[in-house]
Design a protein around this ligand. Structure first.
Ligand code: NAP
Length: 280
């Protein structure tokens, strides 16, 4: 048994690789550059280039499980279902897909991959995390460090920001569970917080005032298009943020225990551990 981890150097894949390795489970990392940190083996793999789909199976003929990470939007998603079908012919029995809290089966490209796993009759799990805690150190890093601002269209709505380490733990469990889960799971952090409350935690950690700028959904859409996201996807993304203001994430957090994985790591812990990056 070998587990193929796509999304090579990504936020959850890199943690998952360490978690599986620590449990003595064989893994292979798929990344565009074909590189992974020691001691992991890696192969060149690109969702946009189906000629690379065979590389993992040439490198290791015992791959039987795959962790699927693909950008929420973008041309890559169109190739994933073909890879799933191909991987099945190579002996893969189980797929674990990283999707998102507000994306149900059949909805948007990621939801179409989710639906394909259901329709294929394979062993599967779909992880639907809410917003990552790590976004404050990635997409929001420059704004916080250089302008002392976070921003969103979530107004005062609350959500259970989740650590990528907890998502990796959910992926570990979904990949190794016997029997296979064969369902989707919402993935949350342990507590509901608004962006204002996170800004207050950041302020206390860095010793200066960090402000949460409350944008309208339309303003957020314009910000995302200014980053180069096509208009259609910018609209979907800003709309998802707007739904936080409408308590949608709070309602999702309150689903029954069998429908969710609730991680242990708090936003406060994440901020304390990583505070240096926001100090200018
Ligand atoms: N961020 C959030 O708050 C959030 C919330 C819910 C759901 N999600 C979902 O989580 C998923 C990943 O999140 P992320 O955007 O933060 O990315 P990420 O996991 O940090 O990175 C994705 C990785 O995919 C690999 N990759 C990129 N293009 C590729 C290609 N063409 N072929 C093969 N591999 C490729 C890259 O690794 P290499 O450079 O090694 O190839 C990259 O590091 C997305 O589907 C997103 O919708 C995110």
């Amino acid at each position: 048994m070998t587990i193929l981890i796509t999304g090579g150097s990504g936020k959850t894949s890199s943690v998952l690789a360490k978690r599986l390795h620590a449990a003595n489970l064989p893994i292979l990392v798929a990344s565009r550059a074909g590189k992974a940190p020691e001691p992991f083996k890696a192969v060149v793999f690109n969702w946009l280039d189906p000629a690379t789909f065979e590389n993992p199976f040439i490198a290791d003929s015992s791959i039987d499980r795959v962790y699927i990470v693909v950008a929420m939007f973008g041309p890559e998603t169109a190739h994933v279902n073909a890879f799933v079908d191909f991987a099945r012919t190579k002996g893969v029995k189980r797929f674990v897909l990283l999707s998102a809290s507000q994306i149900e089966a059949g909805k948007l490209p990621l939801g179409e991959i989710h639906q394909h796993l259901i329709d294929s009759g394979v062993e599967y799990a779909v992880l639907r995390p809410t917003w990552f805690q790590q976004n404050f150190g990635a997409s929001l890093l420059t704004s916080i460090r250089d302008h002392s601002q976070t921003f969103s269209a979530s107004q005062s709505g609350r959500l259970a920001f989740v650590s990528t380490e907890d998502i990796a733990e959910a992926a570990f469990q979904a990949l190794t569970a016997e029997p296979s889960l064969n369902k989707d799971l919402l993935v949350f952090g342990p507590e509901l917080l608004s962006h204002d409350e996170v800004a207050a935690l950041l302020s206390a950690a860095v010793g200066r005032k960090i402000t949460h700028v409350k944008h309208t959904v339309e303003e957020m859409k314009n910000i995302y298009t200014s980053y180069g996201l096509p208009e259609e996807y910018a609209a979907v993304l800003s709309d998802m943020e707007g739904k936080i203001a409408d308590q949608v994430e709070e309602e999702l957090f309150n689903v029954s225990v069998d429908k969710k994985f609730v991680g242990k790591r708090t936003v406060g812990e994440y901020i304390q551990k990583n505070r240096e990056q926001w100090i200018n």
